[in-house]
Design a protein around this ligand. Sequence first.
Ligand SMILES: C[S@@+](CC[C@H](N)C(=O)[O-])C[C@H]1O[C@@H](n2cnc3c(N)ncnc32)[C@H](O)[C@@H]1O
Length: 140
Amino acid sequence: MVKAREKSRRQPGTPYQKVASGAESSPVGEEALAHAVSLGYSDDELKAVPAEALLSHGCGNAVSRAWLRQGEIVVDLGSGAGLDALLAARRVGPAGRVIGVDMTLERVERANRVARKANFANVEFIHAPIERLPTRRRFG
Ligand SMILES: C[S@@+](CC[C@H](N)C(=O)[O-])C[C@H]1O[C@@H](n2cnc3c(N)ncnc32)[C@H](O)[C@@H]1O
């Protein structure tokens, strides 16, 4: 089962790769914003992150229910374009840290670019399947 999923993950043109590379229509601009609002993200949250971080096809505002505190370490499994990870980074502050993990390289690269451009120093995105987290190398 895991092997079959890994095989399909490596093939070019998965839906996530297409969205990340812009090869498939996706909610961008007003549509992305409307989608995020419909998922419960507040104005304040949406103003705090770059618009590119909204390009994820997410399914809910997890951070709003996560009771995060300053200084905590957060691992976001399936971090996509980075919206939830960036919001978590705001909540844990400079003493905390957020690690986004995603199997889609295009998404990881884009999320790292967006985070750097917006000066989020306490978040990084790494490329890995969540079934095989590089725990010793990254989080140990
Ligand atoms: C809907 S998006 C997540 C949106 C994200 N929460 C946000 O705030 O932008 C789902 C992501 O999970 C990733 N994903 C799905 N299955 C995965 C797996 N087994 N391992 C790693 N990433 C996975 C996809 O590549 C995709 O980017």
